[in-house]
Ligand binder design. Structure first.
Ligand SMILES: *Cc1c(COP(=O)(O)O)cnc(C)c1O
Length: 361
C-alpha cells in the first residue's frame, strides 16, 4: 500500500489549509470576527490554575458531554466530543467507512469531507448539486439507493451557503445508506437543525429502518472558539460508543474539557453575537447586490459571490492589495471565478464592500 499523504483533490495541495496573509481584514476562514466573552476568558484563566495537570483527564469527558447534551435536550450518552468537528468526521469514517465501503457527498461542498473519506480509503461517490447549489432530492435518493456506508451532507453548505430542506434529509434517511451525517457547522446562523432526527435505536431496530442520522457541530464558528479545537456529534448511543472505540484514549485534554464547559455557560452572549453576525450578513448581501456580482443566498456566516465581468483571481488580488483577504474558490469544481467572504464586524464588512467597489470600478 502506498502512503496517503498526497491527495487527488486540487483544492488541497499537500493537505488542507487556508493560507493566511498578513492583512488588516481577514475574512477567509469563517472565523468569528469577535472574540469569546471576556468573562469566559477570566473564568478559564482562573480554572486553569486549579487544574491538576499531573492527572489524566476524564477519559469519557462526561461533564462536558452532559453540558453539550443540555443544549440539545439529550443525555451524555447521545453526545461524542472531539478535537474539532473534523476529528468527529474522521472517527465516523474510521468506525464506519474504509476499504470496500462508499461515502456519498454532493459537490461542490466542504473539501474535507471527501479528503477525510479518502484518507480512510473509503470510496468517494460524488453527486452533483443543482444550478443553485442545492442537492436534487431525486439524485440523492438514486445515489443513496446503492447503500453507501455514509452520506455526508453539509447543511448549510460550505462554501455555497444554503441549508438543505428537511425533505431532502428525510429522503436520504429513507434510503438503505448506513448513516446520514449532517454537518451543521453553520446551523446557528441559519435556523433549523436535524438534531430531532437523531434516533436512539441501534441499527436494524424494527422501530427504525432506513439510514440513521448523526449531526455534527463545532465550537469553531458560532462559539468563536476556532483556536480551541472542539466539536461534537449528536448520535445514537451505540454510535457514540463506536466512535470512542475508534479514537485514541484521552484524546480530549483536561483544559479543553474545562474550556468547553465554561463556554457553554455563556450561551446568551453566543446567541447575541450570532444575531449580530446575521444582521451584518444581511447588510453585506445588500451591499453586494449593488455591485456587478452574482450573489448566492446564505444561511451561514459567509457569502458566495462571483464578479460578473472580471476574473476571480484578479478580484482576489485586488482585494489583497487593499488589505482584505477573502477565500478564492477557483480550483473548486463548478466554482470558477467564485469568492467566499466571511461576515466580519460591520466595519470590516464596509471595508470589504468599499475595496470590492474599487476593484470592480
Ligand atoms: C469550519 C467547518 C467545520 C469546523 O471544523 P472544526 O474541525 O470543528 O474546526 C466543519 N465543517 C464545515 C463544513 C466547516 O466549514
Amino acid at each position: 500500500m502506498s502512503p496517503t499523504t498526497g491527495t487527488a483533490d486540487p483544492r488541497l495541495p499537500g493537505g488542507y489549509h487556508s493560507p493566511q496573509l498578513d492583512v488588516e481584514v481577514r475574512l477567509n476562514a469563517n472565523e468569528s470576527p469577535e472574540p469569546p466573552p471576556q468573562a469566559f476568558l477570566d473564568e478559564l484563566a482562573a480554572a486553569v490554575r486549579d487544574t491538576e495537570l499531573h492527572r489524566y483527564a476524564d477519559r469519557d469527558a462526561i461533564a462536558l458531554r452532559a453540558a453539550v447534551g443540555e443544549l440539545h435536550g439529550v443525555g451524555p450518552e447521545s453526545i461524542w466530543v472531539a478535537n474539532g468537528s473534523n476529528e468527529v468526521l474522521q472517527a465516523l469514517l474510521v468506525a464506519y467507512g474504509g476499504p470496500g465501503r462508499s461515502v456519498l457527498i454532493f459537490e461542490p461542498t466542504y473539501a474535507l469531507h471527501g479528503h477525510i473519506a479518502r484518507l480512510t480509503r473509503s470510496e468517494v461517490v460524488a453527486g452533483e448539486r443543482d444550478e443553485d447549489f442545492m442537492v436534487p432530492p431525486d439524485d440523492a435518493s438514486r445515489l443513496a439507493a446503492d447503500a453507501p456506508a455514509l452520506v455526508l451532507l453539509c447543511s448549510p453548505n460550505n462554501p455555497t451557503g444554503q441549508r438543505e430542506p428537511r425533505a431532502t434529509i428525510e429522503a436520504l434517511l429513507g434510503s438503505p445508506a448506513g448513516f446520514v451525517v449532517i454537518d451543521e457547522a453553520y446551523a446557528p446562523f441559519g435556523g433549523g437543525t436535524a438534531v430531532d432526527l437523531v434516533r436512539r435505536e441501534p441499527a436494524g431496530d424494527p422501530a427504525g429502518g432506513g439510514a440513521r442520522a448523526v449531526v455534527v457541530r463545532t465550537f469553531s464558528k458560532a462559539w468563536a472558539l476556532a483556536g480551541l479545537r472542539l466539536g461534537y456529534a449528536v448520535a445514537p448511543p451505540d454510535v457514540v460508543e463506536a466512535l470512542a472505540a475508534a479514537s485514541l484514549p484521552y484524546h480530549l485534554d483536561a483544559l479543553k474539557q474545562l474550556a468547553g464547559q465554561l463556554a457553554l455557560r455563556h450561551r446568551g452572549e453566543t446567541e447575541a453575537r450570532t444575531a449580530r453576525i446575521v444582521a451584518a450578513r444581511d447588510h453585506l448581501v445588500q451591499g453586494l447586490a449593488g455591485l456587478p456580482v452574482r450573489v448566492w443566498p446564505s444561511d451561514a456566516n459567509f457569502v458566495l459571490f462571483r464578479a460578473l465581468e472580471r476574473d476571480g483571481h484578479e478580484v482576489w488580488e485586488g482585494l489583497v492589495r487593499r488589505s482584505v483577504l477573502v477565500r478564492e474558490l477557483s480550483a473548486w469544481p463548478r466554482l470558477a471565478g467564485c469568492l467566499r467572504v466571511t461576515v466580519g464586524t460591520p466595519a470590516e464588512c464596509d471595508r470589504f464592500l468599499d475595496a470590492l467597489a474599487e476593484v470592480l470600478a
